[in-house]
Design a protein around this ligand. Structure first.
Ligand SMILES: NC(=O)c1ccc[n+]([C@@H]2O[C@H](COP(=O)([O-])OP(=O)(O)OC[C@H]3O[C@@H](n4cnc5c(N)ncnc54)[C@H](O)[C@@H]3O)[C@@H](O)[C@H]2O)c1
Length: 326
């Protein structure tokens, strides 16, 4: 029986991952954890954990006899640029604490499988932007991207040196409606739906033709759980897998929204996030994920737009949460 700890459970991904894991393993076996004092999404089991506290992590791992950890606590790309040292400390020390926890418990005969997400932000301006290969130039320009690239190397190091069973995906920009986005450069693709449903013109912080790799949340959750469920001997990548969902730019997304809401209108006012986006890939080659663990994206832009327009609940997401990265 698996006992699963999700750190960062109140966030955009954690809030949905907890539900998916509870459906698979039983709600009693999924321990949602976050730094905030309460569960924002009514998790059945909730613990307050600061991922920077190794002692607290060790105590909770022992209390629940944890077998899997999803380490999602991080500062994201746009927010990280506002507080680079904080982003570095949280992103690196948080991951190191989890890898050390897994090493120590593994040596004590209590193995811990780890999931930690990297990002398309680990790439940079000299990376080939189209169909970006798994192995290529990586020269990230944000503190967030630098922390993701270093994190990937740490994951592989802990696997090679200590046999820690760590698994990772370079997530594209994730689009979802349940919780507000966490301050990333791809957040426009969520905020745009809120403006559309409010009947407002959307002021986009990226230029119209800025194509980026994206993924709809159900595909992202399925990718994450498939990778964690894959047999260890099938996995050839222990840094982080390229995983493609779909690729589009703000103009293309706006056009599909307009097909559904003919009065929708967008204008462009690029800010500092444009430079970040311009340094990232436009599409990813995920051949190795397909080969190793059968990855295949399912959701296209038409489906994504219809589902977002149906499910975004304006009242649940204050406008401030959508603009916090600005
Ligand atoms: N959302 C995306 O589009 C995207 C894309 C690529 C990679 N990722 C990665 O996925 C992970 C999760 O992203 P997200 O969008 O859910 O982020 P988020 O900002 O929505 O959630 C992060 C959560 O971590 C919690 N947290 C912050 N500091 C903590 C600490 N010290 N201890 C414990 N919890 C703490 C926050 O309260 C928050 O609930 C991150 O590693 C991020 O880099 C996300």
């Amino acid at each position: 029986m698996e006992r699963i700890l999700v750190i960062g459970a109140n966030g955009q991904i954690g809030s949905e991952l907890v539900d998916a894991l509870a459906a698979q393993h039983g709600a009693d076996n999924v321990i949602a954890a976050d730094i905030s004092p309460r569960s924002l999404y009514a998790a059945k089991v909730y613990e307050v954990i600061d991922v920077l506290s190794a002692d607290r992590l060790a105590a909770v791992a022992e209390q629940y006899q944890i077998t899997q950890v999803y380490q999602l606590a991080a500062l994201l790309s746009a927010t990280g640029e506002q507080a680079p040292l904080k982003a570095w400390t949280l992103n690196m020390d948080g991951l190191l604490n989890i890898l050390e926890l897994a090493r120590i418990r593994g040596e004590a005969g209590k193995p811990l499988k780890v999931f930690w997400p990297s990002s398309i932000a680990a790439f940079g301006p000299n990376t080939p932007a189209q169909n970006t290969p798994q192995f290529t130039i990586m020269d990230p320009t944000t503190i967030y991207g630098i922390s993701k690239l270093a994190g990937e190397r740490l994951c592989e190091y802990y696997f090679q040196k200590y046999g820690v069973d760590v698994r990772s995906i370079r997530y594209p920009g994730i689009i979802s409606y349940k919780s507000p986005p966490g301050g990333g450069t791809t957040d426009y693709a969520i905020a745009i739906f809120h403006a559309a449903l409010r009947g407002e013109s959307y002021s986009c912080f990226l230029e119209a033709d800025t194509t980026l790799p994206m993924i709809y949340m159900p595909d992202a959750i399925r990718a994450t759980i498939s990778l964690m469920d894959a047999p260890a001997d099938k996995l050839s990548i222990r840094s982080s897998y390229n995983v493609a969902g779909l690729s589009f730019n703000p103009r293309q997304l706006a056009q599909v929204i307009e097909q559904n809401l003919p009065d929708f209108d967008i204008h462009y006012a690029p800010d500092s996030r444009q430079a970040i986006a311009a340094s990232w890939p436009q599409s990813l080659d995920d051949e190795i994920a397909r080969r190793d663990w059968g990855w295949q994206a399912q959701i296209d832009i038409q489906h994504l737009v219809k589902d977002m327009l149906k499910n975004v609940k304006l009242s649940q997401t204050p406008e401030s949460a959508l603009t916090k990265a600005a």
